[in-house]
Design a protein around this ligand. Structure first.
Ligand SMILES: *Cc1c(COP(=O)(O)O)cnc(C)c1O
Length: 399
């Protein structure tokens, strides 16, 4: 029996069965390639679900982590630490927000955002203004709060009753949002580009329209950029491409490029009426180790001109994917922005991902019919070519 099978068997016996994993045990990465425990090479176009923006082994990044490991990992939020202070001010600069709270995950960033919005409304208007409008086909995480605002009944039903006061509207349908708004509405939550739901970018009309409704009624706009933020669309945060600034913003995934960290951020207008000492907290959140990671990531984005790079390679990727959609009947549409792309397929996307893996290409799915392409942001055009050729070989074999 190979090592790989042994590891898989051990994992299956020990881990709670909440994932149907692909049959591979990854051992290490270099650049934009992953290697399994038997040495086979894979081109990585999934980046650990849009996390590993810098790929693997960026020296500035790993040195920053090693350096911090030797100094101090954790002290709790009862004290200050330099890496976290630096990470916070750098993140505020690029996000154009005024205050940040660091969390350990995306789902916790959503929890914090919901609490921040409720507290704002409570401070200003009292207990009767608490409703959250979220979108159908959205995904915001797995905690009870985050599941409550996730627009997929399959994820919600087994855990009901969830938090109350949540309504769902249709993404990119302004009328449906208008209909959902009442005197009790406190916040509207959406992903700027829906990720898990199938890579749907918000239309500019929709996002601008929602923002106008929010301003009219002092409703907070919460944009979840956990997946589409941190340069993925070619803007640091996707909203910047629309010019529609949220009141509360969530980030995670690529924020630490592999270190578990998330954040919710807000404008001063929200902060003034929102969470105060005693209202929210976390033991680990924003510890010096993740602070050093976020700080290094933001420096590297700047030094490497990641945003310009994503715009260039993203345009090339779009062109190549469009050609593929043109060529194969089983591929019907391409959607996305920058290096966050989805290709709608009539074949089961899971089958495509499994076959691609055999051919040394890591890709993932989104929704029920979308091949999701969220590579490290440092990929070059030659990697796009290699991905396209592997994907084409995969599809030809299936059809
Ligand atoms: C992944 C994701 C989350 C949840 O983040 P976790 O770190 O898995 O808790 C929330 N919102 C969006 C848009 C995501 O893509």
């Amino acid at each position: 029996m190979s090592n790989m099978n042994q590891y898989m068997e051990t994992a299956e016996k020990a881990l709670l069965h909440t994932y149907n994993r692909f049959p591979v045990v990854f051992d290490h990465g270099k650049g934009v390639y992953l290697y399994d425990t038997e040495g086979k090479e894979y081109l990585d176009f999934a980046a650990g679900i849009a996390v590993n923006s810098l790929g693997y082994g960026d020296e500035t990044y790993t040195d920053a982590l090693k350096n911090q490991v030797d100094k101090l990992l954790h002290i709790s939020n009862l004290y200050y630490s330099a890496p976290t202070a630096e990470a916070a001010s750098k993140l505020l600069e690029v996000s154009q927000m005024d205050r940040v709270f660091f969390t350990n995950s995306g789902t916790e960033a959503i929890e914090g955002a919901l609490k921040a919005a409720r507290k704002y409304s409570y401070s200003k208007y009292g207990t009767e203004r608490y409703e959250i409008i979220a979108m159908n086909h959205s995904f915001h995480g797995r905690s009870m709060g985050a599941v409550s605002v996730t627009g997929n009944a399959h994820y919600r039903e087994p855990f009901e009753p969830l938090i109350g006061g949540v309504k769902f509207a249709d993404f990119n349908d302004l009328e449906s949002v208008k209909t959902a708004i009442t005197d009790k509405t406190c916040a509207i939550l959406m992903e700027t580009v829906q990720g898990e739901g199938g890579i749907y970018p918000a239309t500019p009309e929709f996002l601008c329209g929602v923002k106008a409704l929010c301003e009219e009624k002092d409703i907070l706009l919460i944009l979840d950029e956990i997946q589409c933020g941190m340069g993925r669309t070619g803007e640091m945060f996707a909203w910047q491409g629309y010019g529609v600034k949220p009141d509360i913003l969530t980030s995670a995934k690529a924020l630490g490029c592999g270190v578990p960290v998330g954040a919710f951020l807000m404008t001063e207008k929200v902060a003034e009426y929102s969470l105060a000492p005693g209202d929210h907290g976390t033991t680990y959140g924003g510890n010096p180790f993740v602070g050093a990671a976020v700080s290094a990531v933001l420096d590297i984005y700047k030094d490497k001109n990641i945003l310009t790079h994503v715009q260039e390679v993203g345009a090339y990727l779009e062109e190549k994917l469009d050609a593929l959609v043109e060529k194969y009947d089983c591929l019907t549409t391409r959607r996305g922005k920058g290096l966050m792309q989805g290709v709608v397929t009539t074949i089961k996307p899971g089958t495509v991902c499994s076959k691609a893996l055999e051919k040394g290409l890591v890709i993932i799915s989104a929704g029920s019919d979308v091949i999701r392409i969220v590579p490290p942001l440092v990929i070059e055009k030659k990697h796009v070519d290699e991905m396209i050729s592997k994907l084409e070989a995969t599809i030809s074999e299936i059809i």
